[in-house]
Structures are given as C-alpha cells and as structure tokens.
Design a protein around this ligand. Structure first.
Ligand code: ADP
Ligand code: ASP
Ligand code: MG
Length: 401
C-alpha cells in the first residue's frame, strides 16, 4: 500500500462531467489499495472571474480581502468533488487549507508555505477516507487566509507529499506532460519522458506554467519525484527528477513570458552606488527584478534598463517617480510591449554555439533582440511582445526539427 498525492488543475475539474472523470481516477487509485490525498484547483476560469468581480467593486481592494475571495474557488471544487465521490459510495472528506494546517508566511497573494501540520489528514487517512484538500491556500500566523500565487495548487500538492512522506506525487493537467515548448503554441513540440528538477525549475520560472516554479523547488529540495500527466488521455506523463539520461538535444525546452514590463531609467549620474540605490528601493518593495542592462557611461551619465513582473509595474513606477529627486535620472520609460523568450538545457554549458543558434533563428525571422541574459543552463532574450509566438516556433524548430 502506498500513499499517493494527486493534484488536478482547473481544467480537469471545469464542469460536472470532468469532476466525474477525476472522481473515477481518484477512486481507482483508492481501489488499488492506496491512501489517497487529492489537491484540487478552482474550476476552469473561476480564479480569473473572481479577480474580475473584485475589480468591478474595487480595483485596489486589499490583498487580504483578495485572498479571502480567491480561496473560495478551490473550496467549491473540493466540496463538489467530495459530493461526487460520496455518491459513488466511497468514504471521502474535503478540507480547506486551514483545516489541514497549511501554515504560510503572511504575504497575501504570494505566501510561502512554512509548515504543514498534517495531523488532521493522517487522522482521516486512518479512517480510510479519501482526503480532498483545497489547493493554493493557507493560513498565516494571524489566522488569516493566504494564497500562494497563481498556479500555486501544484505547490500545495508537493508540500503535502513532503509532509506526509508520500510515495508518489502526480500532477494531473490538460496536457500529456512536459513538452519541449507549450504544445498549444508550438504544434511540433515533443513530450519529454523525463526532465531534471533544475531544468524544470528554469522552464517554470521562465514562463512554462505547466508547473508552479515553487512546486519544483520544493520537490527538488526534498527529492520528491513528480509525474506530470493528463487527466483525460491515460497516456504516460513526464517524470521530474534529479538525474535524467542525456538525450541527443542539448536543450530541453523553450518558454515565453509575456507578463513582464521593461523599465528604462535614462540619464542617471555615472557615479558609484547608483545601481545599489535604484535596486535597493525596489527590493524593499519586494519587486523582483530580472534582466538588468547598464549602458556605458557617457558625459557623466548612464542608463539602466531592467525587467520586472507586469504586476509590479505601477508600484515600481510610483517608487521611482517618488525618488526622482534623489536618484536624479533624466527620464523614465516603462513598456509592457515586450516578452522574454528563453531556452533551457543542462547540456548547454558544455556545448558552444547554442546561444548563436538561437540568435540565428531570430535573425532569420527578422526578430530584433532588445536584451540578452544567460546562465549555465539558459539563454533569455527580450523581444517585442508581438514577435513572441513566432520567436518560440522559430527557436524550437531550430533545435528540435
Ligand atoms: P492546470 O490548470 O492543470 O494547473 P495550467 O494551465 O496551469 O494547468 O498548465 C497547463 C498548461 O501549461 C498547458 O495547457 C499548456 O498550454 C501550458 N504549457 C506551457 N508550457 C508548457 C510545456 N513546456 N509543456 C506542457 N505544457 C505547457
Ligand atoms: N486557482 C489558482 C489559479 O488559477 C491556483 C491554481 O490553479 O493552481 O492560479
Ligand atoms: Mg497550473
């Protein structure tokens, strides 16, 4: 007998028929003699719809209240799925984040899991119940509801797998596994049988939303193997683990991130400490700065360009405007018409010419590169948003065709 954690994403529970399908997968796992803990996401577009509803009432609603609102989506899913499983004649119980002791930091809308006090789940498993847990939500030290950031149900699942010492953690979604690029945008994308934690972490952080990046981080830290698979096809999925037999290609995937903004500060004084002053202001506001480019100083001035998440744009602009006098830059330009396209691969470090091949694919399609950043296992370029899908396909075909 094993303890299996299964997670089903929003599209897998979008309507009654899909909930029945998920209930069949769960009860089959239970019938095979396993303890089953299931994490569910909100149905279909529920989370987006709730955000829209909030914006109609107050576009600047507090993050605390947003979390109270958004966490309701997952609660609907667990209750409906529990009723479905009850009707099939199985013992089942649904539990919210606070009921399972999902303790998080207090950062509303992007809380981090600190501890899972799993005794309630264990008690229910001892009673041979199937346990359904609301994904994406937790509780902070003030006893308030928090959420883990968009796509966070994957992280709930891995955290439970860690806390309960599960034998297997399966992430069921609407595609057959992890592909070399988003299969909806790149029709020639290929499914990977396996991928390393490090590569998956990069892909997820660079925009491949098939897994929440923090779920991969947690899985790596505790060496929990993940299986990403479809709730609809029954095909074998992709295993995410520490070591993967090297395949012929040197890169494992292409990803895009369109939810970013580029900020240019023009005419900063060319003196020591300028970058420190700018980025410490942003760090204090917990704004994640990504690619940074600083121009060569000229006439005692320099420019600094950087990218941030699109959601941080207004706050970033406000902070920099408030500090224009002390930073003494000439002007600021903020644009969301950009996208970041990246290639990821552990084989990149030992193989020269990978970045050049990527740039060639872009050149062949007359796509202009604004910024470049590299690490041992990735190359990212900043380009016009309008070129993003074309760039993904061109780069993908260069490496995988
Ligand atoms: P869920 O609701 O199950 O959490 P998500 O929408 O969060 O599902 O993630 C699944 C989606 O991720 C797929 O439908 C696919 O469009 C997208 N995706 C992006 N990059 C990849 C990739 N490299 N491999 C597979 N899917 C990807
Ligand atoms: N429902 C949340 C979202 O849409 C969490 C998740 O689906 O993982 O982001
Ligand atoms: Mg998801």
């Amino acid at each position: 007998m094993a303890l299996i954690v299964q997670k089903f994403g929003g599209s897998s529970v979008a309507d009654a028929a899909k909930i029945r399908n998920v209930a069949n997968i769960i009860t089959r796992t239970y019938d095979a003699g396993n303890d089953v803990v299931v994490v569910l996401s909100a149905q279909g577009d529920t989370t987006d719809d709730l955000i829209e509803k909030a914006n109609e009432i107050n576009p600047n609603g507090s993050k605390r209240e947003m979390d109270v609102l958004l966490s309701t989506g997952e609660q609907i899913s667990i209750a409906l799925a529990a009723m479905c499983i009850e009707k099939m004649g199985y013992p089942v119980i649904s539990l919210t984040g606070w009921q399972v002791g999902m303790e998080t930091s207090s950062d509303y809308s992007r809380a981090r899991i600190r501890k899972v006090e799993g005794s309630r789940i264990r008690k229910e498993l001892d009673k041979h119940r199937i346990v359904l847990v609301a994904g994406f939500q937790g509780i902070n030290r003030y006893g308030d509801i928090t959420t883990l950031g968009r796509g966070g149900s994957d992280t709930t699942a891995v955290a439970l797998a860690v806390a309960l010492k599960a034998d297997l953690c399966q992430i069921y979604t609407d595609v057959d596994g992890v592909y070399t690029a988003d299969p909806r945008l790149v029709p020639t994308a290929k499914k990977l049988d396996a991928i390393t934690y490090d590569e998956m972490l990069e892909l997820a952080s660079l925009g491949a939303q098939v897994l929440h990046n923090r779920s991969v981080e947690l899985a790596k830290r505790y060496q929990i193997e993940l299986e990403v698979l479809s709730s609809f096809t029954g095909n074998p999925g992709t295993i995410v683990k520490e070591v993967v037999k090297m395949e012929k290609t040197f890169i494992s995937g292409v990803a895009q991130d369109k939810k970013i903004a580029r900020v240019v500060l023009v005419g900063l004084e060319d003196v020591p400490g300028m970058a420190y002053r700018v980025f410490s202001l942003l760090a204090k506001a917990k704004i994640n700065v990504d690619v940074i480019l600083q121009s060569i100083g000229r006439n005692n001035t320099k420019d600094i360009t950087f990218t941030i998440p699109e959601g941080s744009k207004d706050l970033c602009q406000q902070i920099l405007e408030e500090n224009q006098e002390t930073l003494r830059y000439h002007s600021m330009n903020v644009s969301t018409d950009v996208a970041k396209v990246s290639i990821v691969g552990a084989g990149m470090a030992e193989n020269t010419g990978i970045a050049a091949a990527m740039f060639e694919a872009l050149y062949n399609n007359q796509i202009n590169i604004h910024m470049i950043s590299t690490s041992e296992i990735k190359v990212s370029v900043l380009i016009d948003k309008a070129d993003s899908e074309k760039a993904m396909r061109a780069i993908h075909d260069k490496f995988f065709d």
